[in-house]
Design a protein around this ligand. Structure first.
Ligand SMILES: [Zn+2]
Length: 324
């Protein structure tokens, strides 16, 4: 796989996956945070997700003109989370923004609340995390904190000019986009990572841009979705015979990484089920939990407890009724 460094600040590294197909993989400490895709279908240039900030997205737009000689004309928003769509504005007006109808609804509702929260709290969060960084000598913790420093530094810089551009075209479950060379297939799943998650499949190249249905080498965030729908989506996507899976976070993966993600969710469900069956006071138990061996080295370990807590709530019998 060829690597091309595109900018001095390096919010991401472009990886060439096939002719005209690039994965933009976010660099630690930069203001991209999530991964994106840049795809030349022939006569049409697509961007799949636009990072956390317009400044990182502007670098992707520059990469498109430098390497493909064209400004992107279609932007896909995979789901409503800020780290995948807050760079939208740099591609407008040349590009049409496309998402599922449900994702558009979520950008207009939960997304607006998210925007208000970050506008009110980002500067303070940045100071708190910088202080935590200064006060620790633990390298692992410093690495985690440096990601969040990049996140909030990017937001503090971006927010005064940030406009969340809404998708202008929506679809339901499937959409195909035909270029002169390649066809892109958009497939939407309900209730996996969020209420609506779209992946981009390039059947001729065996590539799937998975968005946050897949994390590689880091804990996924399960608490805004449904673990059972998430597993269904991963199993369905495994059947497409792709060889290259671009995650929403982490390096470019293979079908083995999809299997690991399935194993992670199943292991979390099993752990949560055991805790719930023990009855009340599971918060104490969650605090003492050790991450399973397979996932010890994964980044974002703080998501583990959040995931288990969420799954315990999800599996808990309704109305306090006793577990059968
Ligand atoms: Zn997400």
């Amino acid at each position: 796989m060829r690597k091309t460094s595109v900018t001095e600040s390096k919010p991401f590294i472009l990886h060439s996956l096939a002719e005209g197909v690039f994965a933009a993989i976010a660099e630690d400490g930069g203001s991209a945070i999530s991964n994106a895709g840049l795809i030349d279908l022939g006569g049409q240039v697509l961007v799949f997700d636009t990072f956390l900030t317009p400044q990182a997205a502007l670098d992707l737009r520059r990469a498109a003109t430098d390497m493909l000689g064209r400004i992107p004309n279609i932007v896909i928003n995979s789901h409503y989370h800020n780290d995948h769509i807050w760079g939208n504005q740099v591609f407008v007006p040349e590009a049409q923004i496309v998402s599922s109808a449900r994702t558009r609804d979520l950008i207009a509702t939960a997304g607006v609340e998210e925007f208000q929260w970050y506008s009110a709290n980002s500067a303070e969060r940045l100071e708190t995390i910088r202080a935590q960084y200064q006060n620790t000598n633990d390298e692992h913790q410093q690495k985690q904190l440096s990601m969040w420093i990049g996140y909030y530094e990017g937001l503090v810089e971006a927010l005064p000019q940030l406009t969340v551009c809404m998708p202008g075209i929506t679809f339901d479950k499937h959409l195909e986009i035909y270029g002169n060379k390649l066809t892109a297939e958009l497939i939407t799943f309900e209730g996996g990572h969020t209420a609506s998650d779209t992946v981009l499949h390039l059947p001729q190249e065996g590539v799937i841009f998975m968005s946050d249905l897949l994390f590689v080498g880091c804990h996924p965030y399960l608490a805004d979705g449904d673990p059972f729908q998430h597993l269904n989506a991963l199993k369905e996507l495994s059947r497409l015979n792709a060889t290259c899976f671009v995650p929403g976070h982490g390096p470019v993966g293979t079908s083995d990484d999809v299997k690991l993600m399935v194993a992670y969710i199943e292991q979390c469900l099993e752990t949560a089920q055991t805790i719930v069956e023990e009855g009340h006071a599971y918060e104490e138990w969650i605090k003492e939990l050790k991450i399973a061996d397979h996932f010890q080295t994964w980044q974002l370990p703080q998501f583990y407890q959040t995931n288990i807590r969420f799954l315990c709530e999800r599996l808990r019998p309704a109305n306090g009724e006793k577990q059968a």
